[in-house]
Design a protein around this ligand. Structure first.
Ligand SMILES: CC(C)(COP(=O)(O)OP(=O)(O)OC[C@H]1O[C@@H](n2cnc3c(N)ncnc32)[C@H](O)[C@@H]1OP(=O)(O)O)[C@@H](O)C(=O)NCCC(=O)NCCS
Length: 180
């Protein structure tokens, strides 16, 4: 296991340019992101603000520069799903496998659990050995496979879903109450 290479902190709208720049190659050059267009800085700022209100959005800083981020948002916008969060994470390719992703997700999952969320769910376009291994390393387990749901870069892509019980063995019975 690596020591983290940076410092994790909650994001603000002022982090939108850096987050958009990190996200850009994953949108344009890969099927990892399901989006076809890079979000504008204003759109990214709006996503950060919304995620901070309901879930969380964290950034990873290294040498005073944001090199990664992780966030949660609603898995599905219906009341009965309110305790299930979908998570996402993007680390700049120059800094992979240096422990930054682990630090981001450790703090994200802790924060989601503190707010009352019970399930974290991630959708991972296949193949993605790094993300599959990363999520397994946190105890996420396979929940299913959506076949050929994503058309991008000239082909269909499968999306694997993985999920984690945020309270672990303490996860018993009904939710304690609404999300805070
Ligand atoms: C997935 C991602 C966020 C991991 O972040 P990272 O900072 O590189 O990961 P870390 O260094 O913190 O690794 C933590 C653990 O994850 C697992 N892991 C990370 N990269 C891996 C790889 N390439 N293959 C297998 N397991 C891997 C390992 O268990 C690792 O622990 P170890 O290094 O002690 O063995 C990063 O690869 C990334 O940004 N990928 C592109 C975007 C993406 O796929 N996001 C997820 C979309 S679902």
């Amino acid at each position: 296991m690596h020591a983290s290479i940076g410092r994790v902190r909650p994001a603000g709208p002022e982090d939108a340019p850096a987050c958009a720049a990190i996200y850009r190659p994953y949108v344009l050059d890969t099927a990892i992101s399901w989006e076809l267009e890079v979000p504008t800085v204003d759109e990214m700022a709006a996503r950060i603000t919304a995620a901070r209100q309901t879930h969380e959005w964290l950034v990873l800083e290294h040498d005073d520069r944001v090199i990664g981020y992780a966030y949660g948002h609603a898995l599905y916008r219906v009341a009965s799903y309110q305790w299930s969060a979908q998570t996402g994470i993007y680390v700049d390719a120059d800094h992979h496998r240096t422990g930054g992703g682990r630090e981001l997700y450790t703090q994200l999952l802790r924060r989601l659990a503190e707010r009352g969320y019970r399930r974290a769910v991630a959708g991972i376009t296949q193949p993605n050995a790094a993300s599959n291994g990363f999520h397994r390393s946190f105890g996420f387990t396979e929940a299913g496979l959506y076949r050929r749901v994503e058309w991008k870069l000239g082909s269909w892509h499968d999306v694997a879903w993985m999920q984690l019980d945020l309270l672990g063995d303490a996860d018993r019975g009904a939710p304690a109450g609404p999300i805070t």
